[in-house]
Design a protein around this ligand. Structure first.
Ligand code: ZN
Ligand code: ZN
Ligand code: FE
Length: 704
């Protein structure tokens, strides 16, 4: 049997069934999955086979069962045999939040694991982050250094125990220990200190979310000015009005950070998430988090242990060094983290970051890869993706690949995935941007190279996650992506399928005065648009900055830049400290205010900016203008699809569609025009989904 059948209590389950049907034989994990040999009466064998499929444990996913008859050996006992390390293709399960049974033990004073921060069982605990090699057995994990005590061994070997072959099994006698007492940690947090806390896939930085001074200090030390911090609490309902879908996501075994609408009376410091109406909230997902949340009582900031956009620190020595100037103290432990894995971030509608809890679970591909493929991904929110047959293994979030640390993470994680999947890919798909480190890496490999245009990859990701190959129209709106003509694209209407695309309409390219500087300072883009429209430019520094047009002004048709221009004009923001900030705050400003669209035809951004400018001069309220702007982009984009007419399916992708108002409004207009609309559900619409799209395009492109 293959699939996710290791580390999920599958062998004990098989053992139980064999007992029930009085069969002899054995079950073992091998590199490819689970092997069962059973003998007994024909009828019992048949029932056993049926029960294997129908009663499998909750966390198991059986992909394939194959059976071959063997001659009876006269065995009457059934055993769980030692693993055979042949082949290397077994899938490792993701890390899973502490289950209810283990939680009950954690807070039961009579239990031998009372308040033990590493309690786990076959249904919960660390998996992906502690596995060093397949098959998934204790000696192949970072728990290898913790020999079982007598009690744990008894549980581990007792087929009737719920910890039978729970590989990370541990207790206070034999398992990992904290480096600091929890009481001390709580005292520090209450006193406003910043604590580095070792979690599943790396270190977090924690502080009291209600303490304005502590949060501000964390921002200063982490070099993170405005980007919202994630929060951990047992009572999310105090922070936000939680819908049923959000509640389900919060409590799911993946336990992602869920973006929820902030309550005005949420008991957290303003600086936790300045300028946005959303809070990123998660429930405790390890026993250590449960103990911290319980003892602390209030809400904790729990953000990745890193500086701004670097990958999360996960090795102890590395963490001590990198976080020494940020954290006042370390709440660590002696169970090594083998793989970095950041928290996942989701909205009710789609993921923004698909990481801990989801990886390394495969996504499906609509076209199987004839040979294994590495898709190298993008630069920001980097991920890579390995395709093997019908499966696409989208990596954990790596951070922005423009730092040395992130690039090293890319290389080491890639190696781990290749080992885990037992493949030797000779096909590499990559972005066309010559300056992306992932592209440079790809071009250095001896492999069959497949360059995939950035926005085609976005569109392909959306098609592929819906199991489709096209053809379709695709509205792909984002900040930046390298076009086939060497300019920056990002306000695109494509006609495409997985194999190819055609650029049908796009925003007019606008020079970015000063290049990268214009992306950090949206007012420059507002000024540029006004000048293109022949309007007066109200920004003082324009006279000087204008000179940069002669030396450094790459052309961009990015939708993100149009949002930047309008945000700057409305006084939302002249400078940004994180990617997408101006657009996010413009969306907040628009809120749910109703407004009619401007009469604008998709294409000339400067004309739309001029309409906004005229309204502003007339004294119309900023909220109304922001709302009208959103409606205009949506209506005009849908009208452009109507002009293109065929095909009748439109996919929506790219980072700009993280904007819920833009997404909902565009979808509504397209619905009204009779189009079928596909948007992301499993893969991020932002650049975190690019590698999956590249893999889908490459799978469609290569032949045997
Ligand atoms: Zn459990
Ligand atoms: Zn023990
Ligand atoms: Fe993009």
């Amino acid at each position: 049997m293959t699939g996710v059948v290791q580390g999920v209590g599958f062998r004990p389950f098989v053992y139980g069934l064999a007992e029930r049907y009085r069969l002899g034989g054995f079950v073992l994990n091998d590199g490819a999955g689970v092997v069962i040999e059973a003998e007994g009466e024909a009828r019992s064998l048949n029932d056993f086979g049926l029960a294997l499929a129908s009663e499998a444990p909750a966390l198991a996913r059986v992909d394939e069962v194959s059976a071959t008859p063997v001659s009876p050996r006269g065995e009457s006992d059934f055993t769980i045999a030692e693993s055979a390390a042949t082949g290397r293709t077994a899938l490792i399960p993701p890390d899973i939040a502490t289950c209810d049974e283990c939680l009950r033990e954690l807070f039961d004073p009579a239990d031998r694991r009372y308040r033990y921060p590493f309690v786990n069982c076959t249904q919960c605990g660390p998996r992906f982050t502690i596995v060093e090699r397949v098959p998934y057995d204790r000696p192949n994990t970072t728990m290898a250094g913790f020999p079982l005590c007598v009690d744990c061994r008894r549980e581990y070997e007792d087929p009737a125990d719920r910890r039978f072959h729970a590989e990370p099994i541990a207790c206070p006698v034999c398992g990992p220990q904290l480096s600091m007492s929890l009481d001390d940690a709580i005292d520090l947090l209450r006193g406003g200190a910043i604590l580095a806390v070792k979690g599943l896939g790396g270190y977090h930085l924690a502080c009291d979310a209600a303490n304005e001074e502590a949060v501000a200090q964390l921002r200063g030390r982490k070099h993170r000015e405005d980007k919202p911090f994630a929060l951990m609490t047992k009572r999310p309902e105090l922070l936000a009005d939680i819908g049923p879908e959000e509640d389900e996501l919060l409590r799911s075994r993946e336990r992602p950070i869920v973006l929820v609408k902030r309550r005005t009376d949420a008991p957290v410091a303003h600086s936790v998430a300045p300028g946005v109406p959303w809070l990123g909230v998660m429930l405790p997902y390890t026993p250590l988090h449960h103990l911290l949340a319980e003892d602390f009582g209030g809400v904790l900031v729990l953000t990745s242990g890193n500086r701004s956009d670097e990958p999360i620190a996960y090795e102890d020595g590395e963490a001590e060094e990198r976080l020494a100037h940020i954290a006042d103290a370390f709440l660590a432990h002696d169970r090594p983290v083998h793989r970095r894995c950041e928290d996942s971030v989701v909205r009710a509608a789609f993921p923004l970051r698909r990481s801990r809890g989801f990886v390394p679970t495969a996504l499906a591909l609509p076209v199987p890869a004839a040979r294994p493929i590495i898709a190298a991904g993008s630069e920001l929110k980097a991920t890579f993706c390995i395709a093997r047959g019908n499966e696409a293994f989208l990596s954990a979030h790596l951070g922005d690949l423009d730092t040395e640390l992130a690039y090293r993470a890319f290389l080491t994680d890639l190696r781990l995935y290749v080992d885990m999947l037992g493949v030797d890919p000779r096909v590499i798909a990559h972005d066309l941007h010559p300056e992306y480190l992932a592209t440079k890496w790809a071009l250095e490999q001896e492999a069959e190279l497949i360059g995939v245009q950035h926005h085609h990859a976005h569109a392909a990701a959306c098609l592929a996650e819906h199991g489709e190959v096209g053809p379709a129209l695709a509205l792909v709106f984002d900040g930046t992506g390298y076009g086939t003509d060497g300019t920056l694209w990002g306000g695109e209407l494509l006609r495409c399928d997985l194999g190819s695309f055609e650029r049908i309409a796009h925003l007019d390219p606008v020079p970015l005065p000063g290049g990268e500087a214009a992306i950090r300072e949206p007012w420059r883009i507002a000024a540029m648009h006004l000048e293109l429209s022949g309007l007066p430019v109200p920004f003082e520094r324009w006279e000087v900055v204008r000179e940069s047009l002669k030396v450094n002004a790459p052309l961009s048709s990015g939708m993100g830049r149009l949002f930047d221009a309008v945000a700057a004009l409305l006084g939302v923001r002249n400078e940004v400290t994180y990617e997408g900030q101006a657009a996010i705050e413009l969306e907040s400003l628009a809120g749910e205010v109703e407004a009619r669209p401007y009469p604008w035809v998709f294409g000339r951004g400067a004309e739309l900016v001029a309409l906004v400018y005229a309204d502003l001069a007339d004294g119309r309220a900023g909220v109304e203008i922001a709302a009208a702007f959103h409606e205009t982009v949506a209506a005009a984009a849908a009208a452009a699809c109507a002009d293109a007419a065929e095909p009748r399916t439109v996919v929506l992708s790219g980072g700009s569609f993280q904007n819920l108002r833009l997404l909902a409004s565009t979808r509504r207009h397209l619905d009204e025009l009779g189009f079928r609309v596909l948007s992301h559900r499993r893969v991020p619409p932002n650049d975190g989904g690019i590698s999956y799209g590249q893999a889908a395009v490459a799978a469609r492109t290569i032949h045997f």
